[in-house]
Design a protein around this ligand. Structure first.
Ligand code: GLA
Length: 383
């Protein structure tokens, strides 16, 4: 069941007790809320899609950090964060125009993922005695909500008073991509005063349905100085992960990472053990936490630029995907960049893959009268 989250109390508690900020401490300081001054949102046309205008909204915080988001797929198109020398650099992948985002091969760059992020095995699930068949788009499974998931629809966008947030809404109709119930989704992107991109998701339904929302932003903290993320140092606050079969559906086991290539409990370079993992990293780690409070999930460090990113979430798990399918062939990329294999990575905070078919996994079914909530922050600093 989804319950309301004690985010404010976590923030308040940290403010009162001056939580320490040690990188491997899961209860480390949660980012502060922003004040309304010094923020700005600008808009520019980003072309059109199926006759609807697409707009790029750029949010700026008082220290000059910026994030740009389009109403197509609610995708993050640009994220400027400072390096050690205070030089801003774009740390996410993206395209120069809407045609880039709508190309068939776009591997979900920056998009909002739903109704069910990650895979549903066999493209079907049974809920309250009824079996639902979904369109399959990944080796007979349904990936990221199906062929026309939330990353491929036009969202309504509205600036929130104070200009630190952009609010996106979308109604996914009963039966869309095979899922039951009209699902009303709201996603609020906020730039905080302490350089975090905060994403708040809420959803309500009129029929029981699985819901698993996430962001598919791809990061390379070097902002163009290193062509891959293999030298980035990753920490995952997870002692366990969910092993998968050949088509990346969880086997149902929960395995310990200890000492093996999946072990990121202590920060290590992504490239160190990647050759021991068939296909590269594309797995779901079970976060060390109880309940659904906002806790540290991951951190990522690029020693070239000094950029350090921490990920906090209310979700129970995180999919770390090491950009295994990038191959330098995407068209219309920003600045003509070549996104090569392992050129960028995703840290998708989420519930477990295939949970609708795996009763032992945490519940993903949202019922009428309940509110789905998830909050994730990507906070940027330097070391
Ligand atoms: C997710 C999946 C990957 C891949 C990428 C997009 O992260 O887990 O297997 O499909 O999206 O290429």
């Amino acid at each position: 069941m989804y319950k309301s989250l004690p985010i404010l109390s976590v923030l308040t508690m940290c403010a009162l007790t001056a939580c320490n900020n040690e990188s491997n401490n899961p209860t480390a300081q949660a980012p502060a809320e922003q004040t309304a001054t010094g923020y700005k949102i600008t808009e520019q046309s980003f072309g059109s899609f199926e006759g609807q205008p697409i707009t790029e909204y750029t949010l700026t915080n008082p220290s000059g950090m910026q994030v740009s988001i389009i109403n197509y797929g609610g995708a993050v198109t640009k994220l400027l964060a400072p390096d050690r020398e205070k030089q801003m650099g774009d740390v996410v992948t993206g395209y120069a125009s809407i045609e880039g985002f709508t190309q068939k091969e776009n591997p979900y760059f920056g998009g909002l993922i739903g109704r069910y992020g990650n895979r549903i095995g066999g493209a079907r699930f049974t809920l309250e005695g009824k079996t639902y068949t979904l369109p399959a788009n990944d080796n007979g499974n349904t990936l990221h909500g199906g062929p026309k998931g939330f990353d491929k629809v036009v969202w309504n966008a509205e600036k929130v008073a104070g200009d630190s947030s952009l609010k996106l809404t979308y109604r996914s109709k009963d039966g869309e991509q095979g899922f039951p119930g009209n699902l009303d989704v709201t996603v609020v992107y906020t730039l905080t005063s302490d350089n975090a991109l905060k994403i708040d998701y809420t959803a309500t339904t009129d029929k029981a349905t699985p819901v698993n929302l996430t962001s598919h932003a791809y990061f390379n903290l070097s902002a163009g100085r290193d062509s891959t993320i293999l030298n980035h140092q990753l920490h995952l606050n997870a002692d366990r992960y969910t092993p998968v079969n050949d088509v990346l559906i969880p086997t149902g086991q929960i395995a310990a990472v200890k000492g093996g290539p999946m072990d990121f409990t202590t920060e290590k370079p992504i490239g160190r053990d990647i050759s021991q993992v068939k296909g590269g990293y594309d797995h779901n780690w079970v976060l060390n936490k109880e309940g659904n409070g906002l806790t540290k999930a991951a951190s990522l460090y690029d020693s070239v630029s000094g950029r350090y990113m921490e990920v906090y979430t209310t979700e129970p798990a995180i999919q770390f995907y090491s950009g295994n399918f990038l191959n330098g062939t995407l068209k219309d990329t920003k600045g003509g960049q070549n996104y090569v294999k392992h050129g960028a990575l995703c840290l998708e905070t989420q519930h477990y893959p295939d949970a609708p078919n795996q009763p032992s996994f945490p519940n993903t079914v949202l019922k009428p009268g309940e509110t789905y909530k998830q909050t994730t922050l990507y906070r940027f600093s330097v070391r």
